[in-house]
Every structure is written in structure tokens, then in C-alpha cells.
Design a protein around this ligand. Structure first.
Ligand SMILES: [Ca+2]
Ligand SMILES: [Ca+2]
Ligand SMILES: [Ca+2]
Ligand SMILES: [Zn+2]
Length: 505
């Protein structure tokens, strides 16, 4: 046993930075050393089985069994378990200046969180289990799953324009649900491990392949602004993990009923989230489990709950606009026909959490946004008789500052009929469309209220050049409604333009 890092479990005064942690009565912290010392100690342990990094806190050993040790470009990711304790999880990750992690003993319901102070010292503190697993709250089921089950829930309806513009867009079409990939080739991979709920390529428990597909699709939809491949393919995950575990995450589907939960900040490690079934409340595959999976992956990305507004820990959304935050209570709005569940920064009245979700994903976890697919405008594509086909006219609002322009030209007077739909199954995009003439004046603008599409009906247009600009929409006010903050995703357009159509540019 290596004693170099044996640390004295003295009753240390609680440092100021930890005072907000709401620690339990055994509010004891222990300093483990600098980030570099701690990482080197685990590295040594990983190389040499006779060496164990020891520390004790509140009578509990913090010694861990290291399963995965990964270091690259100044960053590290360590995963394992508490030494000799099967039902436990250990994770530590970070860079040379900052480490974050935890050790959780599930049987004794003990959790220890590892944080870094401003001097670069790593501390372990006893914390409530719920601080690591935000969904481990006994009240959740009662508050968040409607008592009548999900019978009243309106499952999203596919837009008729959802025609496989990207691999995750459109209804199930006999795909092998063990081989799904939303963005093949991306080095960032989130693995939905469905092995425990599948018999080969057939789902267990009478679940249809279509509902397995929808569960995967829901997660793919709510992360489609990221350059990240949401996959059910184990080989894809294994290859990405071998290349760089810091770019991967994993959520395990479990073949039993229960309350799903996932550890915060576990993306970039092999510390997994857990997704249960709950068929007695209708909480099975398809839309329900897909929403839950997207929420749990949110925790793994580092997000906490969006509460407040009179709803406690889980904000239930704003019914007048059929909008709610993914990290809130997404069931209360489950019966809304045009439901819009998005990432949030807590702009609504009474918000308990003003975290910028996109910043957490793209800066905190370093998963990049997808590149803009339409930087300087594209020519609108017309078929015979001026038909506008959604297979040729579509795009993606990748971030809330994006706008995409489509240009066309009329050599005579014409009439435009055009509908623009969000085309993802679990859409996050509220479409706003604006038509400009050659002088740059607004000819028409559409953002249907309490609806996610935009449309122009029998719009009379004089000859001239036009530019249609698509962007994420907002409704109401940010305090009572939603801003365009979370309005991102894929769209397509369908319609016709009469008159003599010229070359756009
Ligand atoms: Ca774009
Ligand atoms: Ca653009
Ligand atoms: Ca709208
Ligand atoms: Zn949660």
C-alpha cells in the first residue's frame, strides 16, 4: 500500500466555498492534495495494483477501484467503484487546474463529492445523495408522473415534411434499432445502451421496434444542435471511447421498473446514467422514456433542475404558450398538442435556476455546436410549376444566434403559398419566417401563436428579388412565454410559387 498520499481525516473547518453545499450533520471535508497530486496518485494506482490512494472521511474509506484511467491533452477521466463495494460508483474528471467527481455508496446511501477550491486543492465532502443524482427524490414520481398515467399525453405527430433530411428525422422505417446513429462519424458519441432491454435486435417486454426507435430519436432530437452522435450501436461507442473517453457518455437502459436517475457531470467518463421502465404509469418506451432519457443525459452534461415559478424543484412550463424546460417537469405539459420542450436559462418568472444550458454543454463539457449549414444564403429550389419540396428546401438552426436565408426571384407578379415546419419528432424549434424584398424591407413575417410552424397563404408578390429568412422564434415575453434562447433545430418548407421564376442570384 502506498502511504505517500495517506491523508489525515482530521475534522477540518468547512472552507467558505463549501458552505452552500447544505451538508448533512457529518459536514466534514478532507483535502486530498493538488489536482496534479491526486491525478498522479490515481495514475500510480492504475499502473500498480499494489498502490491504493487512501483517504477516509466520516468513518468511510474513499479508496477506489480504478476501472478506466484516461488522460489526454491536459484532461483526465477516471472511473471505477469504491474499493470492495459492488453497488457503488467512483468518478473523477477535469484538467490540470480543476477536478470534479464523486464516490457514491448506493447500499448505505452515502455520497462524497470531489471539488476543487480556488487554490487548486481537491476536497472531498459528504453530500446528500441527491446532489450527485438530482432525480433521487422520493417525491418525484408522485409529483411528476400524472396519476392517470400517460393516457392524456399527446405524443408528438410527425410533420409531413419529416423525410429523412438527417438520419434521425422521420418516422420509423424498419431500421435496426441496435445500430442507430444520429450523426455518423462524429468523434463525440453518446451511447444509449439498450442491451439489457433487447433480445438481439428485438425489444423485450412486447415493446415495439418503433417505440425503441422513438426513444432514441427523442434524445437525438434534443441534442441535434451539437456535433454529437447519439447511438445505440455498441461498436460505435467502443471505438469512440477507445479514441477519447472524454468525448463520450453512456446511459444504460434497465429491464425493470423504477425511477430513472443519472449522475451530474458524468459525460466524459464511463460513469453511466440509469433508465428504468415504468409501464404501470404508461412510462415505457417511445415518447415517455425518450423525454426522460434526454433529461437524464442533461444531468450527465452537468445540468441541474429548472424549478420555481410556484412548482418547486421541477417547473411545469407555461400552458398559455405550451412551452416548458427539459430540465423541469415535462409531464405536466404532456397533453399539449403543440408542446415545445427546450433547453433554458431560467428566464421565466420565478425561475430557480439561471444556468445557461447551452453553455454547460458546449463550454463546460466542450461538446461543440454543429457548424451553420447556411452561412451566406442559399437559392430556394423550385420543381415543376414552382413546387417547393421539403426534400430540397430545409436546414437547421444550430444555435439561437443563427438565421438561414433562402433567395428567389420573380420575373413577373407571383403568389407564394409556403409552410415552414420544425421537422424533428421531439422538436425544440419554434419557427419564425420573414420575407424581405430587394430593398431589404419586410414584405411579410410569420410565427404562428402557440404553434411551432410559420406560413404564408396566398401572398401576392410583385416581380423582384426576395430573401426568406428562417430563425428561431419567441412567443410572449421571456418572463411569461419563451425567448428564442432554446429555439433551435431542423426545419423544412413546402408549398408553391406561381409566376415566372428567375435565377435567384
Ligand atoms: Ca443554420
Ligand atoms: Ca445561418
Ligand atoms: Ca410560434
Ligand atoms: Zn432530473
Amino acid at each position: 500500500m502506498n502511504r505517500n498520499y495517506l491523508l489525515v481525516a482530521a475534522l477540518l473547518a468547512l472552507p467558505a466555498f463549501a458552505q452552500q453545499h447544505e451538508l448533512a450533520t457529518e459536514a466534514v471535508g478532507i483535502e486530498l492534495g493538488s489536482v496534479q497530486q491526486v491525478v498522479e496518485a490515481y495514475s500510480k494506482q492504475h499502473r500498480d495494483i499494489r498502490s491504493t490512494f487512501q483517504a477516509n472521511l466520516g468513518g468511510h474509506s474513499l479508496a477506489a477501484d480504478i476501472r478506466d484511467f484516461f488522460q489526454r491533452d491536459g484532461k483526465f477521466s477516471i472511473s471505477g467503484q469504491a474499493l470492495g463495494t459492488p453497488n457503488s460508483v467512483f468518478m473523477l474528471k477535469g484538467d490540470q487546474k480543476k477536478a470534479y467527481g464523486y464516490l457514491v455508496l448506493h447500499d448505505s446511501k452515502k455520497a462524497f463529492e470531489y471539488t476543487t477550491d480556488k487554490h487548486g486543492r481537491v476536497w472531498a465532502h459528504a453530500v446528500p445523495l441527491k446532489k450527485i443524482y438530482p432525480d433521487l427524490d422520493e417525491k418525484f414520481i408522485a409529483e411528476n408522473v400524472p396519476e392517470q398515467g400517460l393516457l392524456a399525453v399527446s405524443h408528438p405527430v410527425y410533420s409531413s415534411m419529416a423525410l429523412r433530411q438527417a438520419p434521425h428525422i422521420g418516422p420509423y422505417n424498419n431500421q435496426d434499432v441496435t445500430k442507430l446513429e444520429s450523426r455518423p462519424g462524429s468523434p463525440y458519441v453518446f451511447y444509449l445502451n439498450t442491451r439489457a432491454v433487447m433480445n438481439g435486435s428485438t425489444p423485450l417486454n412486447g415493446v415495439s421496434k418503433e417505440n425503441m426507435y422513438r426513444a432514441w430519436q427523442s434524445v437525438a432530437d434534443q441534442y441535434s444542435m451539437l456535433n454529437m452522435n447519439v447511438t445505440t450501436n455498441r461498436a460505435v461507442y467502443d471505438a469512440a471511447k477507445a479514441a477519447n473517453v472524454l468525448r463520450t457518455g453512456i446511459l444504460n437502459f434497465v429491464n425493470q421498473d423504477g425511477r430513472s436517475f443519472a449522475p451530474v457531470h458524468s459525460f466524459g467518463t464511463t460513469s453511466a446514467g440509469t433508465l428504468y421502465r415504468n409501464p404501470s404509469s404508461g412510462f415505457d418506451y417511445g415518447y415517455g422514456i425518450g423525454m426522460t432519457a434526454a433529461h437524464e443525459v442533461g444531468h450527465q452534461m452537468g445540468m441541474l433542475h429548472d424549478g420555481g415559478g410556484g412548482d418547486g424543484e421541477y417547473f411545469g412550463g407555461i400552458a398559455a404558450f405550451q412551452w416548458g424546460p427539459i430540465m423541469g417537469n415535462y409531464w405536466r405539459g404532456g397533453s399539449w398538442a403543440n408542446q415545445l420542450f427546450t433547453w433554458s436559462r431560467g428566464e421565466y418568472t420565478g425561475a430557480s435556476n439561471k444556468e445557461d444550458d447551452f453553455n454547460i454543454m458546449t463550454v463546460g463539457e466542450g461538446v461543440p455546436y454543429r457548424a451553420d449549414d447556411n452561412v451566406s444564403g442559399k437559392a430556394m429550389v423550385f420543381g415543376a410549376s414552382g413546387v417547393i419540396d421539403p426534400r430540397s428546401n430545409w436546414g437547421q438552426i444550430e444555435r439561437n444566434t443563427d438565421s438561414d436565408a433562402f433567395t428567389f426571384k420573380l420575373n413577373s407578379n407571383g403568389v407564394l403559398n409556403l409552410r415552414i415546419d420544425p421537422i424533428e419528432y421531439l422538436r425544440m424549434l419554434d419557427v419564425e419566417a420573414t420575407l424581405y424584398n430587394a430593398a431589404g424591407s419586410v414584405v411579410a413575417r410569420s410565427n404562428l401563436a402557440v404553434h411551432r410552424s410559420a406560413e404564408f397563404v396566398n401572398l401576392q408578390l410583385p416581380a423582384g428579388a426576395y430573401k426568406l429568412v428562417i430563425q428561431g422564434g419567441a412567443e410572449g415575453t421571456p418572463a411569461n412565454g419563451f425567448s428564442k434562447y432554446g429555439s433551435v433545430g431542423y426545419y423544412a418548407m413546402k408549398g408553391s410559387l406561381s409566376g415566372t421564376i428567375g435565377l435567384a442570384r
